[in-house]
Design a protein around this ligand. Structure first.
Ligand code: AMP
Length: 367
């Protein structure tokens, strides 16, 4: 994810995919106009990249010029366009190709086309790298299209958001700021149950480090064998192992708009590693939302869960008490870590599952 001014953008088309769209456009233009000595008119500023790449692939003589228009302010078309045609090439009786980076409603290109007709070209074509067919609503025929795209606000490859983003070699689409929430609380607080509900409600990816370890144990992987000895005793798996695993889980979800981290971080080293990881993705922990539940309620809940969960660490009261002890010694201090950054939000974790989801949602909505 990248940030331009106040908005966030995520990858949409790779440089390779844009290259394919250019190839497609160049093929059509070469097929029809190779021997016509056309004048390619790039529409500034957005089309400077496509004009450069398209004409590099043009196999005949051609001339090049630029015209300037603008109809966007921020991410909204203003509905009015300004034309600034100051050409030093005579278009009369020439084959002219308007080259656009993107055509959406068609307002700009239609006005431009009408204006250019007054210069008496022999023929006037429109070539665009991208077209948004869902919103294109003009009579004007778009002669050459590199690729159709969905009706989304995109930046990169010449296109900007308030003048930033033009230099990006890929195309990005607007998205929301990532919501990265550490769902916190002692064992048995209900993090897993709540995370499953909240991930659907907020469209987030749920990563439970405990679940990933259990999956590895079940599948007898090297990681599982390593983790098992610690988990069975109610101890934490070493940071180095856990952090590596968490990084890999996050990297499996490059399209995620945010994560619910359940059972991670559990130590300050893990919290620092998480900060580093999210920073590398231009993001951060939005907040720690903590379920606060009394110890005796926890022990009882875990013993009850142990009757059906099949988890060996839930079956034995002394292991449960050890896990709670580990929580207070190693994990609970993280409350301070996030409190110091004004990112701690405590929630009463005693009540019905629905009630607790509602209380958590109040905090999630703020982040
Ligand atoms: P959980 O399902 O979150 O209660 O985790 C079960 C067990 O997995 C813990 O008692 C630890 O042994 C191990 N584990 C889970 N998450 C972590 C973590 N972030 N750091 C170290 N160990 C963990």
């Amino acid at each position: 994810m990248i940030q331009l001014h106040d908005l966030y953008f995520k990858p949409y088309l790779s440089a390779q995919e844009i290259h394919s769209a250019i190839e497609n456009l160049a093929y059509q233009v070469n097929r029809d106009l190779k021997d016509k000595n056309p004048i390619f008119l790039g529409v500034l500023n957005g089309s400077y990249m496509v004009l450069a790449d398209l004409t590099r692939k043009f196999n005949g003589d051609c001339e090049i010029g630029f015209i300037r228009t603008s109809s966007y302010k921020g991410t909204q078309s203003t509905g009015r366009i300004q034309l600034d045609i100051n050409l030093d090439i005579d278009l009369a009786n020439r084959v002219v190709v308007i080259v656009e980076d993107i055509v959406d409603t068609g307002l700009t290109v239609e006005a431009l086309s009408q204006e250019l007709q007054s210069y008496s070209p022999a023929a006037l074509y429109v070539a665009t790298l991208f077209l948004k067919p869902e919103v294109y609503n003009r009579e004007l025929r778009i002669d050459y299209i590199g690729q159709n795209i969905a009706n989304k606000f995109v930046v990169g490859y010449g296109m900007d958001y308030n003048n930033l983003g033009r230099n990006l070699p890929e195309l990005y689409v607007q998205t929301h700021k990532m919501k990265n929430i550490v769902l916190f609380g002692p064992p048995g607080a209900g993090k897993g149950t709540q995370a499953e509900r909240l991930k659907d409600k907020y469209g987030l990816v749920h990563i439970s480090t405990g679940d990933v370890f259990r999956y590895n144990i079940k599948n007898e992987t090297e990681l599982g064998t390593l983790a098992k000895s610690f988990m069975d005793k109610g101890n934490l798996v070493p940071d180095e192992v856990t952090i590596k695993m968490l990084n890999a889980e996050v990297d499996k979800n490059p399209e995620a708009t945010g994560f619910i981290f359940d059972g991670f971080p559990r130590t300050e080293a893990q919290a620092r590693a998480l900060d580093q990881l999210l920073e590398s993705k231009n993001s951060e922990v939005s907040g720690m939302v903590a379920l606060e539940v009394d110890d005796e309620v926890l022990v009882q809940r875990l013993l009850d869960r142990g009757k059906s969960s099949g988890r060996p660490d839930d079956a034995n009261e002394s292991v449960i008490r050890d896990r709670i002890k580990v929580y207070y010694n190693q994990t609970a201090p993280l409350k301070n870590y996030y409190q110091e950054q004004n990112k701690y939000y405590g929630v009463d974790g005693v009540g019905s599952v629905d009630q607790i989801t509602d209380r958590l949602s109040v905090e999630f909505d703020k982040l």
